[in-house]
Design a protein around this ligand. Structure first.
Ligand SMILES: [Mn+2]
Length: 490
C-alpha cells in the first residue's frame, strides 16, 4: 500500500518545474490526493476512501519518503487526503473539512505549482461561487459590525484580532494554527490589508472568504486601504491575479470580482461594547452639507473644503451612515469617513489634522483617543495599517519589531497598533531586512478589554516567486498617493 504513495510523491516534485510532465500527470490522474496538514478538532476522519483511479501525494514531500508510513491509517488527522481540483459542494454549504482542505491545497500549490497553474486546483467556477457567496454576506453587514462574543449559548469566548497580512499566505496559515482555528467560542476580526506586496494575496483573501462563508457570525473581515482599485493596481494584486488566471477575459473577470467583494467589506467593529477596531483608525465628523444638487448629475463640484471647517471627531452613528461601497475611498467630498477609517494614523501630537504624509485620512493625538474612548464608553482602539517600514519614519512612535505597539495610554484606555505580517515586506530592494515579528491579539471573556499579545516569527524560507510589482521603485509605505490616478473613474 505504501509503494504507489511514495512513487507519486516524487513524481510531482520532479515535475514541479516542468510544465509538460505536469500536463501529462493531470491527464493521467484527473484528481490528485494530497495529505491534509490542518488537523480538525473532534475529527473522526470521515474522508471518503479515494476512488481507484486517483493518485496520492504527500504534502510534506520535501522530506525523504518514509517507508513505514501507512497512508490508509485513519487515526492520524494529518493523514486526511485532499482532492484537487477543488469542487464547490453540490448543496452550496461549506464544511470545516472543505475550508481546511482549501488551506492545505493553497499551501501545497504555492510550493509545487507555478502561479499560472492555480486554476488547475481552483477552477474559476469555484472561485465564482466562493466570491459570490461571500459577497452576499459581506454586503449585508453594517459599516461597523457589532460583535457580542458572550451573547447566546457560548460563554467564555475569545476574540482574535489580526492586523495586516499582505498576501503572506504561509504566515496566515501559521497564525491560524497558532491561535487555533475559528470555532463556536473563538471569534476572529481581521483588520484588513489581505492583499498586495506579498505574492499570495489571492489565496490569502480566498481562504479568509471561505472562513467567512463557513462561520459568518464568528469570522469578521474588515476592509483595509489596500482593498481598493488604486492600491491593488500599484502594489501587485492586480498583476498577481492576471498572472494566475491569465491576462485575458478570465483573469480580468477574477480581478473585477475581487474588487466587487472589497466594496462589500465592512469598515470597523465593536467587540463586546468595549473595543473598537478598524484598519486605520478614527474618522472625522461630517458637518451637515447643503445637499441641493440635481438628481442624476455627477456631483464632482460639491467639494467641502477641509480647510474651511475645523476638524472634529465623528460619531459611531455617522460611521454607520457612511457610504462604504466605493472602490477608492474618498479623500475629498461629502463622504470622507471611509477614507479616514482606512488611512488614518495616530500621532503623539495632540489634535486632529490632515494626514499630509499619506495625502488622505487624518492624524490624531492622544487627546482624540481619550475623547473617542470616553464618548463611546470604550476601553481600547485596535488598529493596524503601519508596518516596520512605516514606523521607521515616525519619530515618537514605537517600532514594529514585535508586531504590535501601544501608542496611546490615556485615562479611559489605550490605542494599540497590531501588524500580522512578519518579515515584511516579502520583497525588498535592500539586503537589510526589518526581520519584524508579526502579532495577533487575543481578547478574553468576560471583559474582552485586556489585550494578550502573541508575537510570531515568519514561516521562512518562503517558496521562491517573482514579485508582482516594481518593489524597487514603489515607495515602502503608502505615502504620497497619486491622487489624480486615484480619481480616475473605476
Ligand atoms: Mn494599510
Amino acid at each position: 500500500m505504501g509503494r504507489p504513495f511514495v512513487y507519486l510523491t516524487s513524481l510531482v516534485l520532479v515535475s514541479s518545474h516542468n510544465n509538460s510532465i505536469i500536463q501529462k500527470f493531470h491527464i493521467q490522474f484527473p484528481f490528485l490526493i494530497i495529505n491534509q496538514m490542518f488537523s480538525q478538532p473532534n475529527s473522526t476522519d470521515s474522508s471518503p476512501s479515494p476512488p481507484p483511479e486517483t493518485a496520492q501525494i504527500n504534502v510534506a514531500a520535501g522530506e525523504p519518503p518514509d517507508e513505514n508510513r501507512n497512508p490508509t491509517s485513519s487515526h492520524d488527522p494529518s493523514q486526511t487526503h485532499l482532492q484537487i481540483p477543488i469542487t464547490w459542494p453540490s448543496d452550496g454549504v461549506l464544511t470545516l473539512d472543505w475550508v481546511t482542505t482549501l488551506m492545505s491545497i493553497f499551501d501545497w500549490s504555492s510550493r509545487n505549482l507555478r502561479p499560472s497553474e492555480l486554476p488547475t486546483v481552483l477552477p474559476v467556477e469555484v472561485f465564482d461561487a466562493l466570491v459570490l457567496t461571500a459577497s452576499k454576506i459581506l454586503h449585508k453587514e453594517p459599516n461597523c459590525v457589532v460583535i457580542e462574543p458572550d451573547k447566546g449559548e457560548e460563554v467564555g469566548s475569545s476574540v482574535v484580532v489580526v492586523g495586516d497580512v499582505h498576501g503572506q499566505l504561509h504566515d496566515v496559515l501559521f497564525l491560524l494554527k497558532d491561535s487555533g482555528l475559528p470555532c463556536e467560542n473563538r471569534f476572529f476580526v481581521f483588520n484588513g490589508d489581505y492583499v498586495d506586496r506579498g505574492a499570495w494575496g489571492l489565496e490569502t483573501f480566498l481562504l479568509l472568504l471561505a472562513w467567512k462563508v463557513f462561520m459568518p457570525h464568528r469570522v469578521f473581515l474588515l476592509r483595509g486601504n489596500h482593498e481598493s482599485k488604486y492600491c491593488t493596481s500599484v502594489y501587485g494584486f492586480e498583476k498577481e491575479v492576471l498572472a494566475k488566471y491569465g491576462d485575458n477575459y478570465r483573469g480580468k473577470h477574477v480581478y473585477r470580482k475581487c474588487l466587487g467583494c472589497f466594496e462589500g467589506l465592512p469598515l470597523a467593529s465593536i467587540i463586546a461594547g468595549r473595543v473598537y477596531t478598524a484598519h486605520g483608525g478614527v474618522f472625522r465628523n461630517i458637518p451637515a452639507t447643503p445637499s441641493k444638487r440635481a438628481k442624476g448629475k455627477k456631483n464632482r463640484k460639491v467639494v467641502l473644503s477641509a480647510e474651511s471647517v475645523p476638524l472634529s471627531l465623528g460619531s459611531l452613528e455617522e460611521l454607520s451612515k457612511a457610504r462604504r461601497t466605493v472602490l477608492n475611498p474618498p479623500w475629498e467630498g461629502p463622504n470622507l469617513i471611509p477614507g479616514d477609517v482606512l488611512w488614518s494614523d495616530p500621532s503623539m501630537k495632540p489634535g486632529l489634522s490632515p494626514n499630509k504624509e499619506r495625502g488622505i485620512g487624518l492624524l490624531w493625538g492622544p487627546d482624540c483617543t481619550e475623547d473617542f474612548l470616553k464618548k463611546f464608553s470604550l476601553k481600547l482602539i485596535i488598529r493596524s495599517h503601519e508596518g516596520p517600514d512605516a514606523r521607521e519614519k515616525r519619530p515618537g512612535l514605537g517600532g514594529m519589531d514585535e508586531g504590535y505597539t501601544i501608542d496611546h495610554v490615556v485615562p479611559s484606555g489605550k490605542l494599540i497598533t497590531v501588524f500580522s505580517a512578519p518579515d515584511y515586506p516579502q520583497f525588498q530592494a535592500t539586503e537589510d531586512r526589518y526581520k519584524n515579528k508579526g502579532a495577533y491579539i487575543v481578547l478574553k471573556s468576560p471583559n474582552f478589554d485586556t489585550p494578550i499579545f502573541h508575537s510570531f516569527e515568519a514561516t521562512i524560507p518562503r517558496p521562491k516567486v517573482n514579485p508582482y510589482y516594481d518593489f524597487e521603485d514603489v515607495i515602502d509605505s503608502d505615502e504620497e498617493l497619486d491622487l489624480t490616478k486615484m480619481a480616475e473613474p473605476s
